[in-house]
Ligand binder design. Structure first.
Ligand code: URA
Length: 219
């Protein structure tokens, strides 16, 4: 509509006045947030804060909607994620997409990140010093995103975010919290585990429904 109007005015030789971006507070706020996201992504791309940078093809920053209400946090990139630069692109990622569809969500509507931005060798578990070095990046993502709910996938992500050593079977299935100010957090099974243990899918479905209830109550 605006383009057609501008073309019409131009044809008539009438100058088109456009509000400068910096004069609009609304745009200003958006661009500050965008600058923060892109500065953070640049920092992560250049990060050498732990030894994992030596083995990576690239960092895996996170993907999705920067206005998302739901933030999904996994463990660390695997081989396919290291190659593609995107979290959860392998078989576990396909199952995650199906899980999201079950609660009428999609990869485009949520934000997906990991505790670690670099792949640990041979997909070993993250070490505490690696998670400690990487967590400030995740915390900055959370501050920028301000999600209504965090879904922590798998033992590693759940235990790290909750600073607990309770098994995932005890952490899942309830509304917990992360950070200060506290964001509601639900822990559930990792999709890679669900591929190996399909019987656990019923419990994961309960967790997803809890996420959906929290989202609906928060909006
Ligand atoms: N598993 C994870 O926890 N994260 C990924 O990005 C891929 C697999």
């Amino acid at each position: 509509m605006t383009a057609a109007r501008n073309e019409y005015l131009a044809t008539m030789g009438i100058p088109v006045w456009v509000l400068r971006r910096e004069e609009s507070p609304e745009h200003d706020e958006t661009s500050i947030t965008e600058r923060d996201w892109s500065a953070l992504a640049d920092e992560v791309r250049a990060c050498t804060n732990c030894g994992l940078h030596r083995g990576r093809i690239q960092t895996v920053f996170g993907v999705g909607n920067k206005e998302a209400d739901l933030l999904i946090i996994g463990e660390a990139p695997g081989a396919e994620e290291d190659r593609s630069g995107e979290p959860f692109v392998g078989r576990a990622g396909q199952l995650l997409d199906a899980m999201l569809r079950a609660i009428e969500l999609s990869r485009e509507k949520v934000y997906i990140a990991n505790i670690l931005k670099c792949r640990p060798p041979n997909n070993r578990d993250p070490r505490a010093e690696e998670a400690t070095a990487c967590t400030p990046y995740l915390e900055r993502q959370i501050r920028l995103l301000q999600p209504k709910v965090i879904l922590a996938l798998g033992r590693i992500a759940a235990q790290w975010l909750l600073q607990s050593d309770a098994p995932i079977g005890r952490l899942r299935g309830q509304k917990l919290g992360f950070g200060n100010p506290e964001t509601p957090l639900v822990a559930s099974y990792h999709p890679a585990y669900l591929l190996r243990s399909p019987a656990a899918k019923a419990k994961a479905w309960e967790d997803l429904k809890l996420v959906r209830r929290i989202l609906r109550a928060a909006i």
